[in-house]
Design a protein around this ligand. Structure first.
Ligand code: HAM
Length: 422
């Protein structure tokens, strides 16, 4: 029988060290930016009761209709691997009575999410998001602050070529009014719509704006937009968000057709897109969801938030910005003779304790191989131990190519002195 070769499941991937480093760098910037703005980190379980997502994300969404990883556990409960974070954060807000805390509650999270989607570049079945949610406020300042925080994170990461699409859905009543206006328009043009869009006129007419079919797109260019149905309160809310973004120089395009794949949004919606990413251009998005907490059993409370896909962001960064390099060591220690392996091991331990960034030779390289590897590692210094125990070792400065012979017990002191430029 031939040996079976295992591969990662479709739509998943391994994070190898180089990628891990980029992801860690991103998350450092994210954590720092959000912590400074007073956001606390929250972790929720990777699976929740299926009903939480069915009700929270919305029965008519693609996510709930066909993308959830749902299973029955040994106790007969229906559980689902979380497809997104907002419903879980609202569940935690309600469960822990966070509405009693000084409002609003500002939270952020990072972790894996799961959607059974057609896998392609930038679209996976297990992916990572970091997100921020502000619960317990209807103030449009929240929407603006959240957007500016996402823009700040992207700016700090030197992400180029992103644009911000900004829209509004108004209140649920506005949306209902608009929905019927749009349904009338779609029915009047039914003949030109793709079958998929036609089927969804009753359930989710807004998705017609999202269609890739050219004939449908032509029809949608002339479609009435929600902006014309906004009432005074909706229009004020949107105007305030815009004025705040303008005041700090965050550019955006008002996009009345911006559709998000989740049902809970009200008022402001937004998405950052990177056109270098092709079809999956949405790097991060979010909006306000004033009805969700109540819908999940809590008291009525305004809330808004966003999430960014870590993989899409990483892809976009690779196209537009330089990624951080591997950490090059200050010291690389190699024992050539086996008699000195233990000494090299001890010295590595001591150097690390002294705060020197040190790598130990672990590949059994020859003297020549060690010098070559020292270049590859871009180490500042190389310490070579050869001959018998206790003999002085060779310490080479890789930049100046200077070499000195140093007694074993003085290597660390020599390095620390060199660090201070002595
Ligand atoms: P979302 O737009 O569904 O929003 O996802 C946010 C981001 O996650 C997307 O912009 C994308 O970068 C990434 N993403 C989504 N699906 C995939 C996938 N299959 N593969 C790779 N990346 C993906 C939400 O999830 C909302 N919970 C955002 C939010 C928070 N709204 C309010 N608060």
């Amino acid at each position: 029988m031939s040996a079976m070769k295992f591969q990662v499941p479709r739509g998943t991937f391994d994070v190898l060290p180089e990628l891990a480093q980029t992801r860690q760098h991103i998350l450092q910037v994210v954590g720092r930016t959000l912590a400074r703005a007073g956001y606390g980190q929250i972790e929720t379980p990777i699976f929740e009761q299926t009903d939480l997502f069915a009700r929270g994300v919305g029965e008519s969404t693609d996510i709930v209709q066909k993308e959830m990883y749902t299973f029955t556990d040994a106790g007969g409960r229906s559980l689902t691997l979380r497809p997104e974070g907002t419903a879980s954060v609202c569940r935690a807000y309600i469960q822990h009575g966070m509405h009693k805390l000084p409002a609003p509650t500002k939270l952020w999270y990072v972790g894996p999410f799961f959607r059974y989607e057609r896998a392609q570049a930038g679209r996976y079945r297990q992916f990572s998001q970091f997100g921020a949610e502000v619960l317990g406020s209807e103030d449009p300042t929240v929407d603006a602050e959240l957007i500016v925080l996402m823009a700040t994170i992207f700016e700090e990461l030197e992400l180029g070529n992103v644009r911000l699409r900004l829209g509004t859905l108004g209140s649920p009543e506005t949306r209902l009014r608009y929905r019927s206006t749009l349904q009338k328009y779609l029915h009047a043009n039914e003949g030109a719509l793709s079958p998929q869009v036609r089927e969804r006129i009753a359930l989710n007419p807004l998705r017609a704006f999202d269609a890739s079919d050219p004939a449908t797109q032509t029809v949608m260019k002339e479609a009435p937009t929600l902006l014309s149905e906004l009432d005074d309160h909706d229009a004020d809310h949107f105007q305030t968000v815009r004025a705040m973004l303008d005041s700090v120089g965050v550019d955006y395009q008002v996009d009345p057709t911006l559709v998000r794949g989740l049902d809970y949004y009200t008022q402001t919606v937004f998405e950052f897109c990177c056109d270098d990413l092709g079809a999956q251009s949405g790097v991060g998005g979010g909006g306000r969801y004033d009805g969700l907490i109540e819908q999940l059993g809590g008291a009525q409370a305004g809330a808004a938030g966003w999430a960014v896909g870590l993989e899409r962001l990483t892809l976009a960064l690779a196209k537009t910005a330089h990624t951080p390099h591997e950490i090059s060591p200050e010291l690389y220690i190699a024992a050539i003779s086996s008699a000195r392996k233990q000494e090299a091991f001890e010295l590595t331990f001591q150097a690390r304790q002294a705060g020197i960034c040190t790598q130990l030779e672990l590949g059994g390289r020859s003297r020549k191989g060690v010098f070559k590897h020292a270049d590859r590692l871009q180490t500042q210094k190389l310490a070579v131990l050869d001959g018998a125990t206790g003999e002085p070792m060779l310490l080479r400065d890789m930049e100046s190519r200077e070499e000195q012979t140093v007694p074993a017990n003085e290597v660390i002191a020599t390095l620390l002195r060199a660090r201070r430029g002595l």
